[in-house]
Design a protein around this ligand. Structure first.
Ligand SMILES: [Zn+2]
Length: 420
């Protein structure tokens, strides 16, 4: 299994397309963060995939590692190939023990990255040949969440679940998933999402299940515009979900519609580059949306497969869009506003975020942060020729480099100035 002895191709490529500095990454890691677009199967660790691939058969035959190698070693797979890889991973993880394990490991990894609130999404699967029903699938995931909180090393993270409707599923499968989500509402399920290969299915196939979810009080988020499909994206915007994901392939008209809708957007920068939804970050919609004050939340999508973390996504954004530390802090703190928590739950997570900030010597006060005009001051977007200057200038303004976050920073914008 030579492949696993090499660094993962995407791990190398993330600094290729956004060579952020170590001090930026350290600052982003110290921020309390909120993850709103995390696919459970995509969070799986390399080491876990390796073990599962060794133990499982695919379609009744030994797992074809040659195919897995081929897919994972390409630095720029096409969107179709990425989703083929996801199919293989789903096959490896559709097993009660594996699901329980990856749910626990996902929370361990998020907590270690200072994620204080996560909405994990997963597509419940029915696999009679493996003794798996949608219910037992979800019981395994919930058991993994329980395992995490039962462990002595558990850190303070709040978790909710979204059940995913796959774009290529039958209507009955989608309706079954919504019904299951409704039954699991008192177990931490807060909504449903529409996800999957953007070349599969069409709007008419999904609307009934999405209506059922919304009419019964579930929150709904839709992944839209991962490739240019104006008719479909317009239908999604018209339907008015609680959140959208991606939206990186928009016509000028769709961009106007999105801006006027005010619908919060889950932005997954590494995912969009790796799946080639955008050619490079300079052309990413984030720049315009952020500058216009649109609600945006940085997310990982598939932290394991893409070898990223939420801190890394913040660092990539800082590099690509010239965001200041203060702007990063505000992005992180505002993300909670777009979660599917109720007001009381949100206040308790907010308190946790303040505690994490205090540990890092940072301060943030909502009252001092009402002015969004500050967003306009970002330097958009970086030219590749400025890479070295950017890294150097970041090193100059940072306090103490990668390990300097124990020192108190001065944040006069966020309340009282620090004592240094
Ligand atoms: Zn996603």
């Amino acid at each position: 299994m030579v492949i696993w002895e090499h660094d993962h191709p995407y791990r190398r490529s993330s600094r290729d397309f956004a060579p952020y500095s170590n001090s930026t990454l350290a600052f982003c890691k110290a921020l309390p963060k909120v993850e709103l677009n995390a696919h459970l199967n995509g969070t799986v660790r390399d080491s876990t995939i390796k073990e599962l691939a060794g133990a499982l058969m695919l379609n009744g035959k030994p797992m074809s590692l040659a195919r897995l190698v081929h897919l994972t070693q390409q630095t720029s797979p096409s969107i179709g190939e990425c989703f083929q890889l996801f199919d293989i991973l789903h096959s490896l993880t559709t097993d009660h023990d594996a699901l329980r394990r990856i749910a626990r490991e996902a929370l361990e990894d998020f907590a270690a990255d200072n994620v204080v609130y996560a909405e994990l999404r997963t597509t419940p699967k029915c696999r009679p040949d493996r003794g798996i029903t949608k219910e037992s699938y979800m019981e395994a995931v919930l058991a993994g969440v329980d395992d995490y909180f039962a462990s002595s090393n558990a850190e303070d993270i709040t978790v909710r679940l979204l059940l995913s409707i796959g774009r290529g599923q039958s209507q009955q499968e989608m309706l079954d998933t919504v019904q299951l989500a409704l039954r699991l509402r008192d177990r931490g399920v807060v909504g449903v999402d529409l996800t999957g290969n953007p070349t599969a299915g069409e709007w008419e196939d999904w609307q009934e299940a999405l209506d059922l979810a919304r009419d019964n009080g579930l929150k709904v988020t839709l992944e839209a515009g991962e490739m240019l499909n104006p008719e479909e994206t317009r239908a999604m915007l018209d339907w008015g979900p609680d959140r959208l994901g991606h939206c990186c392939c928009l016509t000028p008209e769709l961009q106007r519609l999105l801006l006027s809708s005010g619908i919060p957007l889950e932005v997954c920068l590494t995912s969009n580059v790796v799946t080639r939804s955008v050619l490079n970050l300079k052309e990413h919609e984030f720049a315009t949306l952020y500058k216009r004050g649109h609600p945006v939340v940085l997310c990982t999508a598939d932290s394991g497969i893409l070898n990223t973390s939420l801190s890394r996504e913040y660092a990539i954004a800082a590099y690509a869009f010239g965001l200041t530390d203060r702007q990063l802090l505000r992005l992180a703190m505002e993300a909670l506003d777009f979660s599917f928590l109720d007001d009381i739950e949100r206040i308790s997570v907010q308190q946790r975020m303040q505690t994490v900030l205090a540990c890092a010597g940072l301060e943030y006060s909502t009252a001092a942060e009402v002015d969004r005009s500050d967003r306009g001051s970002m330097s958009l977007p970086q030219e590749l020729s400025t890479v070295e200057e950017e890294v150097k200038s970041r090193q100059r303004v940072s306090v103490g480099g990668e390990r300097g976050l124990g020192r108190r920073r001065s944040w006069s914008m966020f309340g009282r100035p620090s004592s240094g």
